[in-house]
Design a protein. Sequence first.
Lengths: 137, 219
Amino acid sequence: MSKPESFIYTSDFATLKGDDKGTISVSMPAQILESLAQVSTFLDITIGSQNANSRIRIANNKDGNNFYACYVYNADRIGNGAGGPLSYSVLAYTARISPTTLRVYVTAKNPNPEGIGMDPGTETFTFEISTYKSPFI
Amino acid sequence: MPAILSNASQFLLTTDFPLDKIIYMTTGSVDIPATDFRDVAIPHGLTFTPLMDGTYSTDSEFNVSYDIGSGQPYPGSFGLFGQSTSIEADSTNVYLHATNFTSGAITVYYRLFGFIPSNVNVDAPATSALADLFQLNPRYNYAKLFSAERVTSTTTINHGLGYRPQVSMWHELGGRTYKTLHAQPGTASTNVLARVTTSDVVVSVLSADAAHVRIYLDE
C-alpha cells in the first residue's frame, strides 16, 4: 500500500482518462402549463465514448448565465395562476439514449392543481459537458 | 519553478499536477421491482470515507450506461428518469440508492469507484492490476488535478485558467459523504453549490457540513 496523495502518479492506482467535450443550449419559450403537468423540450448531442462518465456545468439565462457543476439544475420560478402567483420549477438535465448520444432536456413542472402561465421570456440552458473514461473501460 | 497553467493543460501528463488516483472499485447488481427502490450497502474496508462516483446500466453488457444522478428518459411520468440513483459513503460502507419508476422490474448493474478526500493522508490499497499492461497510453489525455479541497463555508478557489474547468463535488451531511448531483441556485435548501467561472470556483456550503471539490486542469 502507499499514500496516494504523496505521488504525482503511481502505478498502484487506477486513474481516469479524458475523453470528449461539447457545449449545447436548449431553450423553452414561456407557455401555459396545465394543472399538475410538465412540458419538456430536448436536443441530442453526440458526445463521449461508450460507458464514459460525465462532468457537467449548466447555466441559465434567467439566473445570470452562471455555470454550476451539477447533473440536474433546478430553477425556481413564479408563474401566474388564476388567483395570483404560483410557484413552479424548471429543470435542466441529461439522459443518455445510446452509447454515444446524450439527450439534453429542459422540463417545466407545474405542481399546482391549476394551470399557470410561465414566467415571461424564454428559458435557455447551456450545458458544458466533459466526458472521461473510468477505470472499468 | 511555478507551474505554467497555460502549458500544463496541453500535456497528456505533467509532473506539475497529479493524476486522479482511484483508491476503491466495486461492481455488482441489484434487482428492483416495478415502482420500487433498493438501498445497497457495500462494505469498503477503507480507513476513511471515500468520495464515490460511478456509472450504472440496466443491462449486464453495459451497452448504454448512465451517470449516477442520471438515467433513461421516461416520458409521460412526472419524474425525470425511468430509474434514478444516488451514492454516498461513510467510514464503513458505500451506499447506492436505486429507484425504479417504471412499470416493470429491472436490474441495476453498477460500477463504482472512489477517491481519497484531500484532508486524508493515509495508505490506501492498490487498485491497479495492470502490471503487465500499459499504465499510461499516449493515445489518452489523463485528467490532471488542479486542486482538491474540503471546505466548510463559502469559499472562492482561484484557478486562473481562463476557461471553465471540469469540477466534481461531494457534500458531507450527518456523517456521510454524498456525490453532489443537484444545483438549485437561489435557495438555501440546496446542499452545496459550485459556481464555475473562467477564473474561480465559488463553493457555497448551504445545507451541508462540508463540501469536497476537485478541480481539473481540463475543460
